[in-house]
Design a protein around this ligand. Structure first.
Ligand SMILES: [Zn+2]
Ligand SMILES: [Zn+2]
Length: 160
């Protein structure tokens, strides 16, 4: 069921949870592994369907509770514009804001962390006496893989 999974990631979050004294239940762990096994962002519904293959009794609240826990620990991020979830590229990090690049063709999501971008947004807001408490920085477009595939196909078309 779970493919391309980096077991080190699971081990890493197991250790972090142990150090923080929080419980990584098997369902929470499975939801995390499902999110990690996909390059594209997963919706709660997709996660529920996948989880039900091993845990037929799993219900939507099971998934939402696991997602809340994983987000609270900083292991995953919610992609607001597509209402889906990705694993964080630096699970061990403190709470951070990231800039997400979302491919509209393959749904691949790349997480970037750019402190200068965040501080420049904060700086601009401060000029208006505004204190930012949360950011959603998401860009939509075409990823490198998809744009090189499009190019290859164009070349093929010309060769015909
Ligand atoms: Zn992150
Ligand atoms: Zn793509």
């Amino acid at each position: 069921m779970v493919m391309n999974l980096d077991h080190n990631l699971t081990k890493q979050i197991e250790e972090i949870c142990a150090a923080r004294g929080v419980r990584l239940t098997s369902q929470r762990k499975q939801v995390f592994e499902l999110i990690c096994s996909s390059r594209k962002a997963s919706s709660a519904y997709e996660l529920l369907e996948a989880l039900q293959q091993s845990e037929p009794q799993a219900k939507p609240p099971t998934v939402y509770r696991a997602l809340d826990f994983l987000m609270g620990q900083g292991f995953i991020h919610r992609v607001e514009s597509t209402n889906s979830y990705i694993s964080c590229c630096s699970c061990n990090a403190h709470k951070h804001f990231s800039h997400l690049l979302i491919c509209k063709q393959c749904s691949d999501v790349t997480e970037l962390q750019d402190e200068t971008l965040v501080s420049s947004l904060e700086h601009n807001a401060e000029k208006h006496g505004f204190k930012i408490t949360n950011h959603v920085i998401e860009s939509h477009g075409i990823c490198q893989t998809c744009s090189s595939e499009t190019k290859r196909e164009t070349v093929k078309d010309y060769a015909r």
